[in-house]
Design a protein around this ligand. Structure first.
Ligand code: SAH
Length: 398
């Protein structure tokens, strides 16, 4: 007896190629396979990413019969925006649902002369850095190229940027949202290429930044296929300390990571380019004078600028934000040693959009989220017991 369900399965929309994530060249391939001219690919690219048009029927420079044939193979699917919140300081945060039901977060940070979009590359993150909220959510899967570039599309749409007369609000993109971009190499590279493509978003390579915690073999490969700006998340000047904060350091040491970043720069024809070094400062953990001096020594041969990030707390963390005294001392030591140092100001604090606070709603495939939640509950228990002791001396029973 057959246990097959008695329903006929027709190709669902999900089986169609999502044209959103395809490059001009892949779109060209698609048309070529249909026996058409490759340049049609660029036409579609412009409709989607320059004009914000997703309905194939509105792509009027393609003939009706050809549009119908294309619609059999592909469609443009934009990830669903679940919510969009604005902070008092102008920062905007989106919660975006992707296939499979999980949600990722994306943040836009306006500044005087630029607007930076902080884009996610994975649902959750497998690296589990000790001080990062995303890591506590566990890991679900890589985002597709369509889901990554889809975030840029959503922001552009949200700011009315597809109207040529409207000002360009998204001037910079940083791959600093949820996930480790180099663990999702191909999709991230494809999406970044769309950010750079003049027929799509046309951003300059200096304004698209990939940030990594140090997946060294992938970084070696990156320099062969891309020339975007690179940020490296160091957070500690010695392997001993970094092993505790950034577990992937146990696999690829600090020296290997810094050397690989230097090789990345050496592959760039423009010799003035610099690496951004990110260093999240936590009270009493990595904020001492000795750490600043060791960092200065470590970076001696790397053309770089250093971005100090005061730690942003999230529920359940033991780490504390660096004090202003320690922050200034750290900055001054590096300054005196000749480094360009900037301090990242905390933005979007009121909507939990600050750096490292992006949590999304990850359908965790590891057990990490459950462990984290249990810990949080235990702490809440301890906390309310403490409150009981302090503020309710008379215990009401029953
Ligand atoms: N996985 C990538 C990109 C995502 S994190 C990376 O590690 O670079 C982007 C930056 O935010 C990293 O430098 C990260 O270390 C930092 N960060 C993470 N959690 C933070 C927190 N709670 N407070 C401040 N910065 C944090």
């Amino acid at each position: 007896m057959s246990l097959e369900p008695a329903i006929s399965v027709t190709p669902s929309e999900i089986d169609k190629v999502n044209l959103l994530g395809l490059s001009a060249s892949s779109l060209g391939d698609l048309f070529e396979q249909m026996g058409e001219k490759r340049f049609r690919g660029t036409q579609i690219l412009k409709w989607i990413h320059q004009m914000g048009v997703c309905d194939l029927d509105q792509m009027t420079n393609i003939s009706k019969p050809l549009r119908a044939r294309l619609a059999e193979l592909g469609e443009v699917r934009i990830p669903e925006v679940v919510s969009c919140q604005d902070s008092v300081d102008g920062t905007r945060k989106w919660l975006i649902r992707v296939d499979g039901g999980s949600c990722i977060e994306m943040v836009y940070i306006p500044e005087r002369e630029r607007g930076t979009l902080c884009v996610s590359s994975q649902i959750g993150c497998a690296l589990d850095c000790a001080f990062c909220a995303t890591g506590k959510q566990g890991f679900n899967r890589d985002l597709t190229a369509a889901e990554i570039i889809g975030q840029v599309w959503i922001a552009a749409d949200s700011f009315n940027q597809f109207d040529v007369a409207a000002p360009r609000r998204v001037t910079n993109v940083v791959m600093m949202g949820m996930g480790e971009p180099l663990m999702n190499f191909d999709n991230v590279v494809d999406a970044m290429n769309l950010m750079l493509d003049d027929n799509a978003y046309g951003l300059s390579k200096r304004r698209v930044t990939l940030s990594t915690a140090g997946v060294v073999p992938a970084l070696e490969k990156l320099g062969d296929v891309s020339d975007v700006s690179l940020a490296i998340s160091l957070h500690a000047p010695t392997d001993e300390l970094r092993n505790q904060l950034v577990p992937i350091n146990r696999k690829y040491s600090l020296d290997e990571f810094v050397a690989s970043a230097r090789r990345y720069l050496e592959k760039m024809p423009d010799k003035r380019r610099k690496i951004t070094v990110e260093y999240t400062l936590m009270d009493q953990v990595n904020d001492r004078s000795i750490h600043a001096k060791q960092l200065a020594e470590l970076l001696r041969d790397l053309p770089c600028k250093i971005n100090l990030i005061p730690f942003n707390p999230f529920p359940g963390t033991d780490f504390k934000r660096v004090t202003n005294t320690a922050l200034n001392r750290f900055r001054d030591i590096l300054h005196r040693d000749g480094y360009t140092v900037t301090v990242r100001t905390t933005r979007g604090d009121d909507i939990a959009a600050a750096c490292g606070q992006l949590a999304g709603q990850v359908n965790d495939k590891t057990r990490r989220q459950a462990r984290y939640k249990k810990r949080l509950e235990e702490r809440e228990g301890e906390h309310s017991q403490a409150l009981d002791r302090e503020s309710r001396p008379i215990k009401v029973i029953g």
